[in-house]
Design a binder for this molecule. Structure first.
Ligand SMILES: C[S@@+](CC[C@H](N)C(=O)[O-])C[C@H]1O[C@@H](n2cnc3c(N)ncnc32)[C@H](O)[C@@H]1O
Length: 241
């Protein structure tokens, strides 16, 4: 098991210092995020698909625990709590966690623990059968992605399954502009999502597929599948051998 809480150094990334995180500093921003996502994505359908994959791979069950990093408004965590023993839902934004917790309370769910932490600091004192992270890993750069996934892999039980959903550019260096023009059209993505996506590509730390593949494998995880997911993202299905 990893050391918890992890040691920090003068060079350790402070995951709380991000415009994307401070953007969710009020509960009203969390509510607005939830509303907007439900307009541009099939959030419940996506969550069902993720949980079905975990179920098919034996990573859910009454005794199993699931880790979600970057839970946001907690929609996946709440759906997971109905299908598995316990959920640790982690996010660096207090406002998101407050919103997610109050939604879980309204639904009477008692098996979700919410933790204000990030990829580099979540409580890994107990192992997990399943881990999920959706649209959150792009907040940190590639060196920290590697630290994050290696920490996450150590926290998974052997045979445990990790699902990573994020924007990944499936192209090589020198091809990004052509890839973006070809892949993200208004017809495929929708006008509103496209404007957000351009800002995302310009400012966030989404990375290339060959880099992401390398980071995942280097963390000690096998890639079982890589496929499109929702209007803009890809899904990696990974297993710890
Ligand atoms: C775009 S939202 C995604 C929320 C949800 N997973 C989804 O798919 O809609 C990104 C979330 O990741 C959180 N986040 C950003 N950086 C993080 C980090 N380093 N560790 C954990 N969560 C982080 C943000 O606070 C936010 O709630």
């Amino acid at each position: 098991m990893n050391e918890h809480p992890p040691k920090t150094y003068p060079w350790t990334l402070d995951e709380r210092v991000f415009t994307a995180v401070t953007a969710y500093h009020e509960e009203s921003a969390a509510a607005e995020y939830d509303r907007r996502m439900r307009q541009v994505r099939d959030v419940d359908g996506e969550n069902r698909r993720l949980l079905d994959i975990l179920g098919e791979n034996g990573a859910l069950g009454p005794e199993a625990s699931l880790l979600e990093i970057g839970t946001g408004t907690g929609a996946l965590a709440r759906a997971a709590a109905r299908r598995t023993g316990s959920v640790l839902a982690v996010d660096v934004s207090d406002a998101m966690l407050r919103y997610a917790k109050s939604a879980a309370d309204k639904e009477g769910l008692t098996n979700i623990r919410f933790e204000n932490a990030g990829f580099l600091s979540f409580d890994d004192s107990r192992p997990f059968e399943a881990a999920v992270s959706s649209l959150a890993l792009h907040h940190i750069n590639d060196a920290w992605k590697a630290e994050a996934l290696s920490r996450l892999a150590r926290a998974l039980r052997p045979g445990g399954v990790f699902l990573l959903v994020d924007v990944v550019f499936d192209c090589r260096g020198g091809q990004l502009d052509e890839y973006v023009k070809r892949t993200y059209t208004a017809e495929k993505v929708g006008e509103r999502m496209l404007a957000d996506l351009y800002g995302h590509i310009a400012k966030e730390s989404s990375t290339l597929r060959w880099i992401m593949d390398g980071i995942i494998k280097d963390a000690g995880l096998e890639i079982l599948d890589f496929t499109g997911f929702g209007p803009i993202a890809h899904l990696y299905v990974c297993r710890k051998p």
